[in-house]
Structures are given as C-alpha cells and as structure tokens.
Design a protein around this ligand. Structure first.
Ligand code: MG
Length: 292
C-alpha cells in the first residue's frame, strides 16, 4: 500500500464479502514464499467474484454457474489461445510510459463491470443517463455500478488506469464522457478493435499494451477477456442494475491494495486465484463443466 494512503475500510465502512487477506502482505514481499490462503471449505461457489477463494481450493458448483459463464468456460476450454505479445509490425496499444512512472497499470472492463446498459428502461430502477446507438439510433439506458465513480477517483491516484471494452468506440465514449467527464481518472480508452479476436471471441491481450506483464492487472466480468493472460486477471461479479446493494468494487479496491504490495502481479494473482491452473484443469477435463 502507498504509505499514508487511506484503506478501503476507511472509505467504505461496512461489511464486505471478505477478500482473503494475505498473511505476509507487507512491503512487496515475494508471493511464492507465502503459505496458501485458508478457505472456507463448506461454502459452495456458484459464481466468480473478487472475494472468491482460490479456484483450486474452492468447492465449485460449475453446473450451477450462470449460463453465460458456463458458455464462456466451455469456449476457453475448447479454444487454443495465442501467446501474449505485440503482433509483428504493430505498435503497442499504450503510449510509452512517462519518465519516472512506476505505478501498476490497471485495465478495467466497462459493461457489467462499471456500468450496465439496457435498451429498455427498467421500470423501478432509476437510470443514470442515456446514450444513443449510432447504427440503430436506439436509446441505451445506462446504470452506473454502486461506488464506480468513487472507485475511479481512488484508483486514478494509485494506478495508471485504462478502460478496455469489447464494445464499440461510439457507445463507450458516450459512457466514459459522463463517468469521467474531464478525463482525470482514465488515461487511455481501448475498444473492440483493440481486442484480439480468437474463434469469434473477443480477448484482451495484456501483452499488446506495451507494459511489462509483471505490472498489469486486468479486471473483467468475463473470463473470456482474460483467457490469454489469466494470471493478470481479476474476475468481478457480473453486475446488472437490479443489484442495488452491490459492493464488488469495494472488495476490488481491497484486492488491488494487496496486489500493489508485490513485485509481480501474475505471481500474486496466480497464488490468490490459480485462474491459469483452473483453466488448464478445464482443458484436461471439460466434462467438469457439464453440458454446454
Ligand atoms: Mg464486461
């Protein structure tokens, strides 16, 4: 944690889903030297979320996961992913770092991570603002996830913040122009054309950013987005506007504070979630997922 910085508990008092704290989390310790976190073996997990236990230790009920997540996992298990990196002859997606800039790069998904968009207003939930879809001229009703604006203000002080969406530029810019009107929080916006298309799926390759993978965190509600660099990824729960009491971004802030204390983001996140090892297990035993 940055010395003197407030903690997430100071800013958001109240219950969280309990990010598993790391027993040796002081002063950028080596993640590999720490014992694995203790988990509640009794709780059966039916979704992905920031505070979830390590995936190799959790009791996962994969056949009860939401259908969209099961489809995503089937896709990942059956699809060979390219190695991360900037394709030959192309420029990195981010401009070079400024001199002296040593903050981690935090890459945030947009839809169902920070906002939720509906093409029809929800009758009993107040929307935050509207957007216009260029192609269809339809209206999109935008709902902003609880704590999203405050979350952006805080992470902008601690990280180089990038929003990376698989949505179109015209839609995303309308949303981001409202949630970060002066461009103070988000230093770069990446859109669908910056994704790596693999067998029809849009994957976010952190190797194309032009940053060391040791210093990049990708936050997304879809495991497909993380499939090229799973140990750079944090899967947040999929948020829709009906979830008024959602505190996932508070839990995420706690997790990010822990992440900042390690030299290597993938070492820490592999230790914390084992997402790459979990995907390898699904590839070896796809029957774990049940029917598609
Ligand atoms: Mg999303």
């Amino acid at each position: 944690m940055v010395r003197g910085a407030m903690t997430a508990q100071d800013i958001f008092p109240g219950p969280s889903r309990g990010v598993v704290s790391h027993p040796e989390s002081s002063s950028r310790a080596s993640a590999s030297s720490a014992p694995p976190p203790k988990e509640d073996k009794q709780q059966v997990q039916r979704d992905f979320f920031v505070a979830m236990p390590n995936l190799l230790q959790a009791r996962l009920q994969l056949d009860e996961f939401p259908m969209s997540l099961r489809n995503a996992l089937h896709f990942i298990a059956a699809t060979e992913m390219p190695a991360p990196g900037v394709p030959q002859g192309e420029e990195p997606l981010l401009p070079p770092r400024k001199n002296g800039e040593d903050r981690l790069t935090l890459v945030l998904d947009l839809d169902e991570t920070l906002v939720h968009c509906r093409t029809e207003a929800i009758s009993d939930v107040r929307h935050n603002f509207c957007v216009r879809f260029e192609e269809s001229q339809a209206t999109g009703w935008i709902y902003v996830r609880p704590f999203a604006r405050l979350f952006l203000e805080i992470v902008a002080r601690l990280f180089e913040v990038v929003v990376f969406t698989a949505s179109s530029r015209s839609y995303a810019d309308q949303v981001l122009d409202v949630i970060d009107p002066e461009g103070r929080c988000i230093s770069k916006r990446l859109y669908r054309q910056h994704c790596t298309e693999v067998q029809g799926g849009f994957v976010k390759d952190m190797g194309r950013l032009g940053r060391s993978l040791e210093h990049v965190i990708l936050v997304d509600n879809s495991p497909v987005s993380l499939a090229i660099c799973p140990d750079n990824g944090v899967i947040v729960s999929c948020w829709t506007a009906e979830q008024h009491h959602d505190r996932e971004l508070v839990d995420l802030l706690l997790l990010l504070q822990q992440c900042m204390q390690y030299q290597s983001v993938p070492d820490y996140l592999a230790h914390r979630y084992s997402l790459r090892a979990f995907i390898d297990e699904l590839r070896s035993w796809p029957e774990l997922l049940g029917d598609a």
